[in-house]
Design a protein around this ligand. Structure first.
Ligand code: C5P
Length: 134
């Protein structure tokens, strides 16, 4: 089975809320809410991917110190297996803005279950509730 590596970020604000982005129309899993990030391209280090994706999608710059994945999601989709490290970021440069037409929303971890999310992302919710509280 093909293995796909996607990096994702939990951007955490001063109130312990996490930024969620809605996958746009035309993409797989359109309308579902995900942690911002994207696919690691050949030749890229995962940390480089995260820096690139957050700049492209949100117009922010994250720095090396926040770039340590604290947990991983792993999910078998019908056609590929997804491995997704989650990086916790509490500091960045700039204000996150929608650069690709995606809706954005800050949400407390305990309220993430109210959002429809890709199945791979769901196991990350209890981890964030443990880390940040509900
Ligand atoms: O974002 P992108 O479409 O490049 O991601 C590739 C695939 O990884 C998606 O089609 C989706 O199945 C999965 N994915 C996911 N959760 C995310 C991001 C991607 O399940 N947060």
């Amino acid at each position: 089975m093909r293995l796909v590596l996607v990096v994702a970020a939990a951007l955490v604000d001063a109130d312990g809320r996490v930024l969620m982005a809605q996958r746009p129309e035309g993409k797989a899993l359109a309308g579902l809410w995900e942690f911002p990030g994207g696919k690691v391209e050949p030749g890229e280090r995962p940390e480089e991917t995260l820096i690139r994706e957050l700049a492209e999608e949100l117009g922010i710059e994250v720095r090396e110190p926040c770039l340590a994945p604290l947990t991983f999601a792993s999910h078998a989709y019908p056609d590929f297996h997804l491995l997704m490290p989650l990086y916790i970021c509490r500091r960045w440069e700039g204000i996150p803005q929608s650069r690709e037409g995606q809706a954005l929303r800050w949400q407390r971890p305990g309220a993430l279950r109210d959002l429809p999310m890709p199945p791979a992302d769901l196991p990350l919710i209890p981890f964030l509730i443990d880390l940040l509280g509900p």
